[in-house]
Design a protein around this ligand. Structure first.
Ligand SMILES: [Cu+2]
Length: 395
């Protein structure tokens, strides 16, 4: 028995998991033949090659399927019970590590109203590249699969990347129930909802106000990067929750050039934010005698193809645009570039007599090799600091 099922599983893994039982049987036999042929070819290869092939195969198809689960008893509901259908797309922003449903994290979502003595049928549609084991408190739900009336009852169901799972349950409770991804990093990034029967709150829940759990999914995280190189030092620190971010950046060139900036930015949505802050830099290149401090405001936008764009104006009404991009060309090896153009039309500052405007260009380019999660080797050229190389530390 065990062997039989083990066998089926192995063969089925080669199939698309959406196939029905009938075609699976026929396909199974075909695959068996194909598999044998594959094995013959594989035998001609060296052992190590064969292992690589097998490993790749396992990685690709090592996916269990809920169709293997069948309830010993019927789990279907009476046909007369009304059904409420809900679509929840599982969504997220992996760059900012914010997780959501239908693009909205818990802290910005309303409760989902469900009814007693009604069936709530939820289609979970995973639009991300990660697995999400979705867990509902207080209820067992049916995971609709090929076993129809015998679909299994579960309280957690995994939704694989780019796949859909439909669950349904009967409203036989009262109060509010948490529904969330059980990857704790994801729930704390916002992938959760409250399903609510909209009944008065249970008095025993008083010490656990809903706002606590909502706050837990919208916490501030801090990270930073320190570059120590032969031409310059740079420190970048950011602390951020879903909408708000604070940034500190300090760049100091050993040739006595300094630029530091503190900004607050507000995310209008995942890629666009408005910001304001203070910028300080040395007035004359290669001299720390005089500093120019200005207030700055503008927008920052992560464009399609992941260019970081920054458009701003400062308190001397100078306009500045900058664009930067890092591309990983090989695993662990990336190249990066940055270009910044600032123009002063003399709205506040007095320009030299023979000039209509003053402009300033900053650019840099370099390469980075990741030694580990925390350390990289970096070599770069910056038109203010010159060429150099050193170590980059992430924390
Ligand atoms: Cu998840």
């Amino acid at each position: 028995m065990k062997k039989k099922y083990g066998m089926q599983m192995k063969e089925m893994n080669m199939d698309d998991s959406n196939k029905t039982g009938d075609t699976m049987e026929t396909d199974k036999d075909n695959k068996m033949v194909m598999k044998k042929e594959d094995d013959l070819t594989a035998m001609k290869k060296s052992n190590s090659e064969m292992d690589t092939v097998k490993m790749a195969e396992m990685d690709k198809y090592s996916e269990y399927n809920y169709d293997f689960l069948k309830s010993p008893e019927k789990t279907n509901f009476d046909k007369d019970i009304p059904v409420k259908e809900i679509l929840l797309n599982l969504t997220g922003n992996m760059q900012r590590y914010i997780w959501s449903m239908n693009g909205v994290p818990l802290s910005e979502a309303d409760k989902i109203k469900i009814e007693g003595n009604q069936i709530t049928r939820i289609t979970l549609n995973n639009l991300t590249m990660m697995h999400h084991p979705m867990h509902l408190h207080g209820h067992f739900f049916r995971v609709i699969n090929k076993n129809g009336d015998y679909s299994p009852l579960k309280h957690t169901v995994n939704v694989p990347p780019m796949q859909q799972v439909t669950i349904e349950f009967l409203g036989n409770e009262y109060g509010d129930w948490f529904f969330h991804c059980h990857v704790l990093y994801h729930v704390m990034g916002g992938m959760a909802r409250v399903l609510s029967y909209d009944t008065p709150r249970d008095p025993r829940m008083k010490p656990f106000p809903a706002k606590d759990i909502i706050a837990e999914t919208n916490r501030y995280y801090t990270w930073g990067m320190l570059d120590a190189a032969s031409n310059a030092m740079a420190l970048n620190i950011a602390t951020s929750n879903i909408r708000n971010q604070f940034n500190v950046s300090i760049e100091y060139g050993w040739n006595k050039n300094l630029e530091a900036e503190v900004t607050y930015e507000y995310y209008l949505y995942d890629y666009l934010r408005v910001f304001g802050g203070v910028n300080i830099e040395n007035e004359i290149p290669k001299s720390l005698d005089d500093f120019n401090t200005t207030a700055v405001a503008g927008i920052r936008y992560l464009t399609p193809y992941l260019f970081s764009l920054d458009v701003r104006v400062d308190s001397e009404l100078r306009r500045r645009i900058s664009i930067g991009r890092s591309i990983m060309v090989f695993p662990k090896f990336s190249v990066f570039g940055y270009y910044e153009y600032q123009i002063d039309l003399g709205a506040v500052n007095t320009l030299p007599e023979n000039k209509n405007y003053m402009s300033e260009v900053v650019w840099s380019a370099g390469a980075e090799y990741m030694l580990s999660r925390d350390f990289s080797l970096v070599a770069s050229y910056d038109n203010r600091f010159g060429a150099g190389a050193g170590l980059s530390i992430r924390f």
